[in-house]
Design a binder for this molecule. Structure first.
Ligand SMILES: Cc1ncc(COP(=O)(O)O)c(C=O)c1O
Length: 445
């Protein structure tokens, strides 16, 4: 490890005053910045020249690692050929080609693809499609949406309404009406240190029956959940839980939406968590790994029966929804190149191949001080630490910061450290990640 020097970082950069940073403690960061200047393969390079092991695939998005030449070339070629073309009442070939490629890897039936620019837009798009679909089939009273505690569906008003991370909602009281939430599935008392999916908690899906009784099935349009809650700290679905949600939603004519913005494109094995865990929802939302993080883009995978319901009735615009950049040519080029890499390098099965090595490596941290729980599946995992006496989140932040000094990038949510390395990760990277993290956990107090 080379030595870290915040002073040097500050001197080299401008005052950092004018960028209002997202989801960041701006004053804390600007007093002690962490700047990444380059990236290649499994590593970032910081502005003080250190190679930082990427333990988080950027922000859960660079699944094929950084600096992929194939993507750079595809993007450069595309921007020179067609920088932009509208997709409202016009078209260009790329989104059609990309949609067909995506339909090939999607769970059966989810072959109608709507393009967005982010996970937040994908979530809002899915909710709007669900509401409009219920109307289109004559079920206009189905206007309620159900999310889940600790869920994260981005930052649009739809997403924060169905989401369940308290800080993301608290300052914005004006949210969608008619939303209710399922309980979250984090249950450390019963499931701590589960290897793979936790054994206990399938009954939490039965809460949906309670909400159906409370609100009336005829008033509920859709349920949205992440198959695995990523942002809240890698909360895994209990065995049988997703299946139960599927049974209940199907029984009551409620659409089931999986938000796979993190789990999509290989994170837990297979292309989608829906395939890994054998449950097919009606709609899947994605973003992030779709373009390997290189260009902003999202995609919503919709069951053809939902799509087809919109294609009845008089000719005309079927869905009054879309973004200027839906199906942007440069983003499509990045996505097509990313898909090529994922498929040529077999990255959708990498998370299954390395899963047991990854789990064993993470579970080796079990005896370290203050470790309350470890959760891991595919190539994603989390270590939940006990809060220290200075308050919730303080120890977690300390570990996160120390990891950076140890040349490792992780994510922190409260006192939970989350990791999701690029799927090109090798065993020696995993070993190094664990060493650096263990050192940071030992140093935290
Ligand atoms: C499950 C999920 N949905 C939606 C989003 C929002 O995506 P974006 O930040 O691209 O809007 C995220 C981002 O982390 C996510 O994890």
């Amino acid at each position: 490890m080379t030595s870290y020097s915040p002073e040097q970082t500050i001197r080299k950069t401008n005052t950092l005053d004018d960028f209002w940073m997202p989801f960041t403690a701006n004053r804390q960061y600007k007093a002690k910045p962490r700047l990444l200047e380059r990236a290649e393969g499994m590593y970032f390079t910081s502005d003080d020249g250190r190679k930082i092991l990427d333990g988080t695939a950027g922000l859960w998005c660079c699944n094929a690692g950084h600096g992929r030449r194939e993507i750079t070339e595809a993007v450069s070629k595309q921007i020179a050929k067609l920088d932009f073309a509208p997709t409202f009442q016009m078209g260009h070939p790329l989104p059609f080609e990309l949609a067909s490629r995506l339909a090939e890897i999607a769970p059966a039936g989810l072959n109608k693809i709507f393009f967005t620019n982010s996970g937040s837009e994908s979530a809002d798009t899915a909710l709007k499609i669900a509401l409009a679909y219920q109307r289109a089939i004559g079920q206009s009273s189905r206007t309620r949406l159900i999310g889940r505690e600790l869920g994260y569906h981005g930052v649009g008003f739809g997403g924060i309404s169905v989401g369940g991370m308290v800080n993301n909602r608290r300052a914005f009281p004006l949210q969608l009406p008619g939303v209710d939430h399922l309980p979250h599935t984090l249950d450390i008392a019963r499931n701590a240190f589960s290897v793979g999916l936790p054994e206990f908690g399938v009954e939490k899906a039965d809460e949906l029956e309670r909400l159906v009784t409370l609100h009336g099935a005829e008033n509920i349009a859709a349920v949205i959940v992440e198959p695995m809650s990523g942002s809240a700290g890698v909360i895994l679905p209990p065995v049988g839980y997703l299946q139960r949600l599927r049974e209940i939603t199907r029984k009551h004519g409620i659409l089931l939406i999986f938000d796979e913005v993190i789990t999509g494109f290989g994170r837990v094995g297979n292309a989608f968590a829906a395939q890994r865990w054998g449950v097919t929802p009606d709609i899947i939302t994605t973003a992030k790994g779709l373009t390997n993080g290189a260009i902003p883009m999202g995609a919503v995978f919709v069951d053809e029966r939902i799509h087809d319901a919109f294609m009845q009735g008089p000719d005309g615009i079927e869905l009054f929804h879309g973004y200027t950049y839906s199906g942007h040519p440069v983003a499509c080029a990045a996505a097509l190149a990313s898909l090529d890499i994922y498929q040529q390098e077999g990255l959708f099965s990498k998370a299954i191949e390395l899963e047991s090595y990854w789990q064993q490596a993470l579970f080796s941290l079990r005896e370290l001080p203050n470790v309350l729980d470890i959760r891991a599946t595919g190539l994603v995992g989390a270590v939940q630490l006990a809060a220290n006496s200075r308050g919730p989140g303080q120890r977690g932040y300390q570990v996160f910061e120390q990891c950076f000094y140890n040349d490792l990038m992780v994510r922190v949510t409260g006192d939970t450290i989350a990791m999701s390395p690029p799927l090109i990760v090798e065993k020696h990277h995993i070993d190094s990640l664990i060493d650096k993290l263990a050192d940071a956990i030992r140093q935290a107090h």
